[in-house]
Design a protein around this ligand. Structure first.
Ligand SMILES: NC(=O)C1=CN([C@@H]2O[C@H](COP(=O)(O)OP(=O)(O)OC[C@H]3O[C@@H](n4cnc5c(N)ncnc54)[C@H](OP(=O)(O)O)[C@@H]3O)[C@@H](O)[C@H]2O)C=CC1
Ligand SMILES: O=C(CO)COP(=O)(O)O
Length: 347
């Protein structure tokens, strides 16, 4: 379905876009941009993936059965991908973004908007992805945008309707990107709260791991609703401490993404957690992921540390960390969570 862009008259038009990273979301977002009428070049680190996208208009490793549009081409040469692009979209895992971008830094067109799709917090530095991008590419934060919302790649690749948030400190850039990726099935909203949108996207992966564990233990909807609601409370507490607008967590990049990811069997984080809840080891869950990224497994460490540094209580995140990295069982963590000192709902 090729959607006509629904917005017009923005300051700087985005005509050509490079998407660096040809996994599920990089490929699906490249399709959205192409369906919105942009010329899109997708960079894949494996030449065979680029060849398949270019010649067969498909990326069966990540999006089986999905036909990609003709105005989406691919290359394994990042210099070719970014040439002449008004926007460069970064679609690699959070923990490799710094190294990937360092290799691409000198190729980036001078005024291109740099757009992060990644949902994580960097281990060690505890930086959000837009902070990593601005630091490594040596560009002002105003040139960096993020996309975050209830955006399960496989649904979007099948053109199922959804919305998202494009967050950028520079509202004009956000509007230009909004124009560039609006289709009949993909509706982007703008927001200037980059901190809130990024933390929403990173934290919900950890809560989805917890929901998966609960499902694996055989718990039902009351448990899910409790984890989602109290997960939202802890991500909003962290976000507010870091300067985010609390309202962002009631929006698509907060509640929206949290609900989609915690509920969906398509979520890699939820599926990973479910295996742990059923009693599989971390190694078994990792093998079953077939190399696809479940960001919360690493980000639970950096998010927990961010919470500690800012004096924010994050009991569910702590529990996920205890299962993933400290050898506790999901049953032990459930008992610990329920055994905490009673408190008021809003404190
Ligand atoms: N999938 C989704 O529904 C959504 C994902 N996101 C976020 O988008 C980001 C990317 O995720 P997604 O596309 O799903 O990931 P996938 O696991 O589907 O794909 C990862 C991609 O990154 C590549 N890659 C892995 N390691 C490296 C590396 N060291 N250097 C360069 N490239 C590497 C892989 O290449 P190769 O194939 O060669 O291994 C592959 O193209 C994540 O932060 C995720 O949280 C956000 C919204 C939705
Ligand atoms: O971010 C996502 C949906 O918005 C995808 O979640 P997973 O990475 O858990 O698959």
């Amino acid at each position: 379905m090729t959607g006509e862009p629904v917005l017009a008259g923005v300051a700087e038009e985005v005509r050509r876009v490079a998407v660096l990273g040809a996994g599920s979301w990089g490929t699906a977002f490249a399709k959205v941009l192409a369906d919105a009428g942009r010329d899109v070049v997708l960079w894949a680190r494996r030449a065979e993936v680029a060849d398949t996208v270019r010649q067969r208009h498909a990326n069966p490793d990540y999006l089986p059965g999905v036909r990609l549009p003709e105005n989406l081409t691919a290359t394994a040469d990042a210099a070719v991908a970014v040439r002449g692009a008004q926007a460069v979209v970064l679609a690699v895992p959070s923990q490799t973004l710094r190294d990937n971008l360092a290799a691409w830094r000198n190729l980036l067109p001078a005024s291109a908007t740099l757009v992060s799709l990644a949902k994580g917090v960097e281990l060690g530095t505890l930086k959000r992805m837009s902070e990593v991008v601005s630091e490594v590419a040596e560009v002002d934060q105003n040139r960096v945008a993020v996309v975050s919302g209830p955006n399960l790649a496989k649904e979007i690749a099948r053109e199922q309707p959804t919305a998202t948030v494009i967050a950028c400190a520079d509202h004009e850039r956000a509007v230009a990107l909004q124009h560039a990726c609006s289709t009949g099935y993909f509706r982007p909203y703008t927001n200037t709260d980059v901190v809130g949108c990024e933390l929403g996207g990173a934290c919900k992966n950890v809560i989805a791991l917890a929901c998966g564990m609960a499902a694996g233990l055989g718990f039902g909807d009351n448990t899910m609703a409790t984890l989602i609601t109290r997960g939202l409370a802890e991500m909003a507490r962290l976000g507010t401490a870091l300067g985010a607008d609390p309202m962002t967590f009631a929006g698509l990049a907060g509640m929206g993404d949290l609900v989609a990811t915690c509920a969906s069997p398509l979520s890699r984080n939820r599926s990973f957690g479910e295996r742990l809840g059923r009693g599989e080891s971390m190694h078994q869950a990792q093998q079953a992921a077939h190399g696809q990224v479940a960001e919360g497994v690493k980000s639970c460490t950096s998010i927990r540390e961010l919470g500690r540094r800012h004096g924010v209580d994050m009991p569910i995140t702590d529990g996920v960390h205890q299962v993933c990295h400290e050898g506790l069982s999901p049953q032990d963590v459930t008992a610990r969570l329920l055994g905490r000192k009673p408190k008021a709902e809003w404190s």
